[in-house]
Design a protein around this ligand. Structure first.
Ligand SMILES: [Zn+2]
Ligand SMILES: [Zn+2]
Length: 174
């Protein structure tokens, strides 16, 4: 690829902050400006009945820190799940990355989407249906669930306790 050519595509509005009605500007965890992270950041949103119930952006250092806090056991199980299940050449927000469910078919219109971004560009994207999210949560150790539970409680105090954001390794960030 030509060095001057812009990578990826511009960030689609579905990955913008629904609450702020504009692209995410700061990391939900550390509050730093996302534009300053050359290594990029990840935007994640969870939908239920087709509506946004939780959204966040994590700079890569914060995302990595959360992954490091996850137990080795969880990391190994998730890696195996992804190896076995990740569909080839499936990206974007219409098809689940792990099974044949489409966004329109997701149970209760419940699913998560994530995009790896750098500056104002989208480099990678994925949708995960609720069944696969639940399957992945089953793989997590108590310790790892606590890491994400703390993140949720600190940042989204209004979100119901039975809700877990999907974990960090869902799509490759490199
Ligand atoms: Zn951060
Ligand atoms: Zn699925």
């Amino acid at each position: 690829m030509n060095e001057n050519e812009e990578k990826g595509e511009s960030i689609p509005s579905i990955l913008h902050s629904f609450y702020e009605d504009r692209p995410f500007r700061v990391c939900t965890r550390c509050g730093e400006s996302l534009a300053d992270f050359e290594e990029g950041y990840r935007v994640s949103k969870n939908f239920k009945k087709g509506e946004v119930i939780l959204e966040y952006a994590l700079c890569l250092p914060c995302l990595q820190r959360m992954l490091e806090e996850s137990s080795e056991e969880s990391k190994g199980r998730l890696a195996r799940f992804q190896q076995e299940r990740l569909r080839e050449n499936v990206s974007g927000f219409e098809d689940c990355a792990f099974c044949e469910t489409t966004r329109a078919d997701a149970r209760g219109e419940e699913y998560g989407i994530a995009g790896v971004c750098c500056g104002d560009r989208l480099l990678d994207s994925a949708l995960i249906c609720i069944d696969c999210i639940e399957e992945m949560h089953e793989l997590l150790s108590e310790e790892t669930r606590d890491v994400w539970k703390r993140f949720r409680e600190e940042n989204f105090p209004g979100v119901p306790a039975d809700f877990e954001p999907f974990p960090g390794e869902t799509i490759k960030t490199a």
